[in-house]
Write a protein that binds this ligand. Structure first.
Ligand SMILES: Nc1ncnc2c1ncn2[C@@H]1O[C@H](COP(=O)(O)OP(=O)(O)O)[C@@H](O)[C@H]1O
Ligand SMILES: [Mg+2]
Length: 337
């Protein structure tokens, strides 16, 4: 890829955890997906070291006036958005409306992938294996459940393991009902009931557009849990340093690695991801890799983000990861020389 010589005005859009105040009646993980200032500064430092002028734009409504009065050449977008299943699309849609280029996937892909049930329908239509599922909006929806136990219960459109706990795997209808009721009442958003996939778990980093490339495959081992009980839950993600062992590249047979990469790449294409994504996959009892979800806005914390951890294990500097995402976007918009 050609090196960009022109200095650009680059905005960064994001939502910060510290901008929200936790209310007593809110779930403990309400702001789990939002970022820390250190992550934004780390991205800014990389872009500035390449000579760009960087503006931390945030993700509140003030952004609209800010973009109209002093536009930027391109936005590095990591904003998760504030509410609803289209929240990740809000800022990219605004940027499209204002004709401002931005990194990453477009509003359609961001909304489609945030709603796990919708993403799974698209993936299934391309014959990519994904566990059987049902979207549950009210408890009565469980009457017509045609799935094989054990099941897994999670929120339909959340990330960062919001709503996923160590007891999210359920083995009987009573426990299922209790768990679904708790999620519906606590979070007030639809629930996804899925067949439990009991084998090892992997996350796959993908970069690029016409010919997306696998950056790495990282196995997630939860310390002290047998493989078929392991859940990359909220509790585990919050205490990743003590509870998780990452293997990247993983010590698995070559043909399994290829199958995992293939599922991830096919899902990336099926969902029209752009520039970067991380695909979560779990291997079933039949030895086949199953698509769980794709994250087109993967966490980019240089300390605890799965993608930066994976990049580091694959011998990449953090700056190289950020630069590569940025360059893929520049190339799409014809902004490279
Ligand atoms: N169907 C499933 N079978 C087994 N484990 C699952 C299943 N769905 C989710 N999990 C576990 O829960 C974790 C979080 O689920 P995921 O779908 O990746 O949601 P999130 O968007 O919160 O990361 C996964 O990393 C995995 O450990
Ligand atoms: Mg996940």
């Amino acid at each position: 890829m050609n090196i960009l010589r022109r200095k650009l005005k680059v905005g960064i859009t994001y939502n910060l955890k510290k901008d929200f105040t936790h209310q007593e009646d809110q779930p403990i993980d309400s702001f789990e997906e939002f970022d820390s200032e250190e992550t934004i500064d780390a991205i800014r430092d990389v872009l500035e070291s390449d000579g760009h002028e960087v503006f931390k734009l945030g993700g509140g409504v003030g952004l609209i006036d800010r973009l109209r009065t002093s536009p930027v050449d391109i936005v590095f977008n990591i904003a998760e958005g504030i509410g609803g299943r289209n929240r990740e699309s809000h800022i990219p849609a605004l940027l499209e409306f204002l004709n401002i280029p931005y990194t990453g996937s477009d509003p359609l892909t961001l909304a489609l992938t945030l709603d796990k049930s919708m993403a799974k329908k698209v993936v299934q239509s391309e014959a990519i294996p994904t566990p059987g599922f049902k979207k549950v909006e009210r408890i009565e929806d469980l009457h017509s459940l045609n799935l094989r136990y054990p099941l897994f219960v999670k929120l339909c459109y959340e990330g960062s393991s919001k709503g996923v706990r160590l007891d999210s795997k359920v083995s009987d209808p009573n426990t299922l009902r209790g768990k679904v009721r708790w999620l519906l009442e606590t979070y007030g958003t639809p629930v996804l009931v899925e067949e439990f996939v009991s084998g090892p778990e992997f996350t796959v980093g993908i970069l690029g557009n016409e010919d997306p490339v696998v950056l790495g495959v990282m196995q997630i081992e939860i310390k002290g849990s047998s493989q078929d009980e392991a859940i990359y839950s909220l509790e585990v993600k919050r205490e990743w340093e003590e509870k998780v062992r990452y293997h990247c590249p993983p010590a698995i047979p070559d043909d399994l690695l290829k199958r995992i990469e293939d599922v991830a790449r096919r899902a990336y294409r099926a969902l029209d991801c752009r520039d970067v994504s991380r695909v979560d996959i779990r291997v079933g009892g039949d030895g086949a890799p199953y698509f769980l979800e794709v994250n087109p806005l993967p966490g980019l914390s240089p300390v605890y983000g799965d993608l930066p951890i994976m990049a580091r294990r694959m011998g990449w500097e953090y700056s190289q990861l950020i630069r590569t995402i940025f360059n893929h976007a520049l190339k799409r918009y014809g902004l490279v020389e």
